[in-house]
Design a protein around this ligand. Structure first.
Ligand SMILES: *Cc1c(COP(=O)(O)O)cnc(C)c1O
Length: 348
């Protein structure tokens, strides 16, 4: 006999990428930014600590929303903040999908969406990407009565992008909202932020974990029309963002010069990584994110992951049944990527 809900007993639970806590590994497995965050972040945290932590934080992260609103060109009441964008995904799932109802996601994509459906006692439906990384009309179909559709754009693990005009087209056909998960949009050529004002059904989530180098901080947000934000706000924990993360995230988004410089460095290294992996025989997909997806048409790649790990280089081995397996390699510094490539050259 179990005390737990059947859904919880039955599910496997989401397995995040390994986070070794000792310093020597070259960590290219969870798409963290290899560079330190803007120096303004540490100053803002120091100042917040000096102000004291005895009081509860601002429940709606007003300072962040005001600064982000200017950067994004929306109103502050179009923004809801979360303890990382995973918190946003949880809030959205809980708000839109009831037990037994259905959530739709593309395949292959971010595995967490399915886990969120399982926790909720909801069903999930996976729609395969087409050969050209677009999504067919079935992604926008009303069949099965979807309650929310998740679209990571750029997608993980592929790094591919659906153009905003296609996203708008899909959203307009859907009977339910679509959350465009833009965790990697700062590395891409296009994004969907401008669609939120055009189409009520489109919500866009972002995180400071990747492009702002703040994965350890936990801060993300969603942009949607205010009548949706008001409903989502009922679902969140009262104080889901703490005083230090609000101060830090506000300073981070304020430093757009840091973002532009960091982005340029990452894109240069990404392009070099892509070319080098193809030279090694991998079928590396052109990426618009801060990682590349590397299947190999002939060699089994799991042993490569294992050998790299033995040599202190951690990449992500991913196996998607019915699609492919491959190595997802985060764009590190040039030195880290060179070390990874040197080891791979000796193996393949
Ligand atoms: C990293 C990632 C997130 C989560 O970001 P956090 O803000 O760190 O929770 C969400 N979606 C996708 C697709 C990601 O890769």
């Amino acid at each position: 006999m179990s005390y737990f809900r059947a859904e919880i007993e039955a599910m496997a639970g989401y397995t995040p990428g390994e986070q070794p806590q000792e310093g020597r590994v070259i960590k290219l497995n969870t798409n963290e930014n290899p560079y330190p965050a803007s120096p303004a972040v540490a100053e803002a945290i120091d100042a917040a600590v000096r102000r004291g932590l005895s009081k509860y934080p601002d429940a709606t992260a007003t300072a962040f929303r005001h600064r982000a609103a200017e950067v994004l060109g929306v109103d502050p009441d179009w923004i809801l903040c979360g303890n990382g964008s995973d918190d946003i995904l949880t809030i959205v799932t809980r708000a839109f999908v009831g037990p037994g109802q259905m959530l739709r996601l593309p395949y292959p994509s971010y595995v967490l969406y399915k886990t969120l459906a399982q926790i909720q006692g909801a069903k999930s439906e996976e729609v395969y990407f087409r050969e050209d990384w677009s999504l067919g009309e079935e992604f926008a179909s009303a069949d099965g009565d979807p309650r929310i559709v998740f679209l990571p754009n750029p997608n993980s693990p592929t790094g591919t992008v659906i153009p905003p005009e296609d996203v708008l087209h899909l959203a307009r056909q859907l009977p339910c909202p679509m959350l465009v998960d833009e965790a990697y949009a700062d590395f891409a050529e296009a994004h969907c932020m401008g669609l939120v004002a055009e189409e009520e059904k489109i919500l866009v989530s972002r995180t400071l974990s990747k492009s702002y180098a703040l994965a350890g901080l936990r801060f993300g947000y969603v942009v949607a029309q205010p009548q949706l934000i008001r409903q989502l706000a009922k679902v969140k924990d009262s104080y889901n963002c703490d005083a230090l993360s609000i101060a830090a995230a506000t300073a981070a988004i304020d430093d757009q010069a840091w973002l532009a410089e960091n982005r340029a460095k990452i894109l240069r290294t990404r392009d070099r990584l892509t070319a080098a992996m193809r030279e090694l025989g991998f079928a590396t997909i052109e990426s618009q994110a801060n990682f590349t997806w590397n299947p190999h048409p002939e060699l089994p790649v799991k042993p490569l992951y294992e050998q790299l790990k033995q040599r202190g280089i951690l990449v992500r081995y991913m196996n998607y049944p019915g699609w492919a397996d491959g190595l997802r390699i985060s764009v590190g510094t040039d030195d880290q990527i060179d070390a990874c490539l040197d080891h791979l050259r000796a193996m393949v």
